[in-house]
Design a protein around this ligand. Structure first.
Ligand SMILES: Nc1nc2c(ncn2[C@@H]2O[C@H](COP(=O)(O)OP(=O)(O)OP(=O)(O)O)[C@@H](O)[C@H]2O)c(=O)[nH]1
Ligand SMILES: [Zn+2]
Length: 188
């Protein structure tokens, strides 16, 4: 069940439209509060979801080598301005004790965590820690690159600038060569 109060969002959007000097009752804006409420329900659907649940899916596969899913597209909303930031996430881990998860689960975790009012750093760390906690791998590394609309369409106005964040755990934190291997695959 959705935890989003659509009626409350609709009321708030009507207030905002009024506050910016618009007429919420003009034809083009009549359904806007409803549309925004529906959109918020979708883009914030990750608030009450736990990314760790995806990693209940494990295959007892004896693979203790690198697994990397790269170029996972994501869209999120910056918690400071509630405007989008979006880009790609790259998720790598080295399984331990046969705990190999489904590849799609790595992308699902990114999507769930992105669908909240967010900071890029928090998306990066939350995905890494969910994997670390549930799969207990030799290591996990998450790299996120994104463009923030709050830095492009307003404020400092630097279109094209990209923010890169990483979270490294376990062997990736300890060993520069292992980290470099992942970075070369991400670039390649
Ligand atoms: N660390 C971090 N900062 C972010 C993220 N998204 C947006 N920001 C920054 O949050 C900051 C908010 O700064 P404030 O000074 O409180 O707000 P502001 O006056 O709107 O700031 P400007 O964007 O500089 O105009 C800005 O520097 C944004 O670039 C993010 O994911 N991570
Ligand atoms: Zn912002």
């Amino acid at each position: 069940m959705s935890e989003v109060n659509r009626a409350q969002i609709e009321e708030a959007v009507r207030l905002i439209l009024d506050a910016i000097g618009e007429d919420p009752n003009r034809e083009g804006l009549l359904d806007t509060p409803k549309r925004v409420a529906k959109m918020y329900e979708e883009v914030f659907s990750g608030i009450h979801q736990d990314p760790e649940e995806y990693f209940e899916t494990v295959f007892g596969e004896d693979h203790e080598e690198l697994v990397l899913v790269k170029d996972i597209p994501f869209f999120s909303m910056c918690e400071h301005h509630l405007v989008p930031f979006f880009g790609k996430a790259h998720v790598a881990y080295i399984p331990r004790n046969g705990k190999v998860t489904g590849l799609s689960k790595l992308a699902r975790a990114v999507e769930t965590v992105a669908r909240r009012p967010q900071l890029q750093e928090r998306i990066t760390a939350t995905v890494a820690d969910a994997i670390l906690h549930k799969l207990d791998p030799h290591g996990v590394m998450v790299v996120v690159e994104a463009e923030h609309m709050c830095m492009t369409m307003r404020g400092v106005k630097k279109p094209g600038s990209k923010t890169v964040t990483s979270a490294v755990r376990g062997v990736f934190a300890e060993d520069g060569n292992t980290r470099a291997e992942v970075l070369s695959f991400i670039k390649g």
